[in-house]
Design a protein around this ligand. Structure first.
Ligand code: EPU
Length: 419
């Protein structure tokens, strides 16, 4: 197992390019199960969760290959084994997104029920509710979701109880091949969902209302081959902005979609981070002291839960008290005890964290517990006094394309070593 060794104190400087979005790429790769043909996806990040998705596609009979130019080519004509096994789902919950496409194309699918998760309880009841509305019979047996549609799925009205990213994506993928019109209401509106919908339309699906909470889908009987570019990762972008800001550096990010990041950028601007569009990217500086602020995570366009841990690292060294309210995954505070071990002054009360900034964090050995918590510890390490050792960084590899190397290219003192 590898660990990251970070010695704090270097101001980041230079240019860096943002990778494609993991959370857009995963459902888009799964959507290739619908067309039974060849799909080419560009700007797919080279991260473990993408590898797991490609493994799943191969396991059920498809061909999936990553090319040197960052594209992924998938052929799902020969898919014949309609099961996402526990071994894959337990390593990546997003494997459950195979359910909608398999069910829509083959009228049946068997997908392991995802188990517990480090960031909290993550049910899939809304995915199943949507599939049932489309006419599927669902049984839970021996830890597996077994779904069958006696005939082709049928268009329906689906009103989600809560806006769910994965639920919206899964049901959307099922509805595109259903017979007739589906109306999905109270959908999540994350840019990654719009990217999936655009990719599906590029295959010949008929989805309207993209970017709103009501999606209308006119079912089609088959989908075509496609070539599609995945959007840049707004969470990787946000993480790199915090890296520049926490070190007081001067960094240009290339390939950022600032229109996907309004709530994150507004909060960082409130904290004193200067972000300006310049020729070729987004320039980030932090001219003065950091200013405390409060955030409440929420569904898009609210503040993303996936940026909560990273902004908390910044708040830890901001003079004054900041408050974080976590409303999406209420136990997503595993990074707090590790930050406290680095000298951060944070009190947890229920679903809120009260952060009193300290002058200096002090380096120690810490452990990554999930993807965004790992990023938070790397950010803290960049300014801590001394050398921070972060173990279990396989969590980081799930969603960041060589973050350590990227930060090193900007002048960070960071090294990856085998334990
Ligand atoms: N929920 C239900 N029932 C469901 C589904 C969700 O009650 O059937 C609840 C959840 O418990 C949660 C809320 O709805 O309280 C939102 O969950 P959502 O379904 O939107 O999350 P997800 O699809 O499981 C995706 C991202 C997460 C990100 C969340 C929220 C992917 C692959 N994952 O998860 O990303 O935190 O949306 O934005 O897109 C990460 O990248 O680090 C990560 C965890």
């Amino acid at each position: 197992m590898d660990k990251l060794i970070v010695t704090g104190g270097e101001k980041l400087k230079g240019k860096v390019k943002v990778s494609g979005s993991k959370n857009a790429a995963l459902p888009i790769l799964m959507s290739s199960l619908l067309n039974g043909k060849t799909s080419v996806f560009n700007n797919v990040p080279d991260v473990w969760d993408v590898d797991t998705t490609l493994r799943l596609i191969r396991k059920i009979g498809g061909q999936a290959e990553r090319k040197e130019d960052g594209s992924v080519v998938i052929d799902t004509e020969e898919v014949n084994h309609l099961e996402a096994p526990y071994e894959l789902v337990k390593t990546m919950r997003a494997s459950v997104l195979a359910l909608g496409p398999l069910l829509a194309r083959f009228n049946q699918a068997k997908v392991s029920l995802p188990g517990g998760c480090a960031i909290g309880d993550r049910p899939v009841d809304q995915h199943l509710k949507g599939m049932k509305e489309l006419g599927a019979e669902i049984k839970i047996e021996h830890g597996y979701i077994k779904a069958r549609a006696p005939r082709r799925l049928k268009g329906a009205r689906i009103v989600f109880d809560v806006p769910t990213v994965g639920g919206t994506e899964n049901v959307l993928m099922a509805a595109v091949l259903a017979d007739g019109i589906s109306v999905m209401q109270n959908c999540a509106r994350e840019p990654e969902i719009s990217d999936l919908a655009n990719a599906l339309n590029a295959m010949g699906a008929k989805i309207s209302g993209i970017g709103t909470s009501e999606l209308v889908i006119e079912g089609v009987s088959e989908l075509n081959e496609v070539t599609y570019d995945v959007i840049p990762d707004r969470i990787v972008s946000g993480t790199l902005i915090v890296a520049a800001a926490i070190t007081g550096g001067d960094v240009i990010l290339e390939g950022v979609r600032t229109d996907h990041m309004t709530s994150t950028m507004d909060k960082l601007a409130e904290m004193g981070v200067l972000m300006e569009e310049v020729n070729g990217g987004l320039r980030i500086r932090r001219p003065g002291a950091l200013i405390p602020t409060d955030i409440t995570t929420g569904p898009y366009p609210g503040f993303p839960t996936d940026m909560q841990a990273q902004i908390m690292a910044l708040m830890s060294v901001t003079d004054g008290q900041s408050v974080v309210n976590e409303k999406i995954f209420e136990n997503r505070f595993m990074h707090v005890s590790e930050l406290q071990r680095m000298g951060a002054n944070i009190q947890l009360k229920g679903h809120a964290a009260f952060i009193k900034g300290v002058d200096k964090l002090s380096a120690t050995k810490v452990m990554a517990t999930d993807l965004r918590a790992s990023a938070c510890l790397v950010l803290a390490g960049l300014v801590a006094e001394g050398t921070t050792e972060i173990s279990r960084i396989y969590h980081l590899d799930r969603g960041y394309e060589r973050l350590g190397a990227q930060l090193r290219s900007l002048g960070a003192n960071i090294e990856r070593v085998s334990e």
